[in-house]
Design a protein around this ligand. Sequence first.
Ligand code: HEC
Length: 117
Amino acid sequence: MNITAHRLPLVALLFALAACGRSAPPPAAASKASPADPALAALYESSCRDCHTAPGSGAPQAGDAAAWAPRLAQGKDSLLDHTINGYLGMPPMGMCMSCSEDDFASLIAFMSGSELQ
Ligand code: HEC
């Protein structure tokens, strides 16, 4: 008997299992969605998203309402001040040098899922 042909079903099974593992979502994944507005999405994807969808970064994750709640409680002025001037691990301007203050407010609202008060 040809030994290679004999092993084919096992090889096929291993590939099937590997594919299955790849399609499982990572635990506690942040939302990878982008803002609906294309201009805002472009700003987001080249700055905030790098950290705010990377759980190891220490940043409150996009779509994680519980992580954002105590931050939002500071109010809009504080949030914008911390975004523009930096705050602990949060770099000044969130590494988006072309973002306006309105862009920052929209990006924070998008990531936190709440309008700023
Ligand atoms: C290099 C990584 C990085 C990037 C890029 C980044 N952030 Fe952050 N951000 C952080 C980290 C880390 C924190 C948590 C700081 C802390 O409280 O320790 C944070 C916190 C924040 C907070 C909460 C501040 C507070 O007062 O509690 C806001 C708002 C924020 N980021 C907005 C943004 C926006 C808007 C962008 C994109 C324009 C952005 N960030 C890009 C890392 C980043």
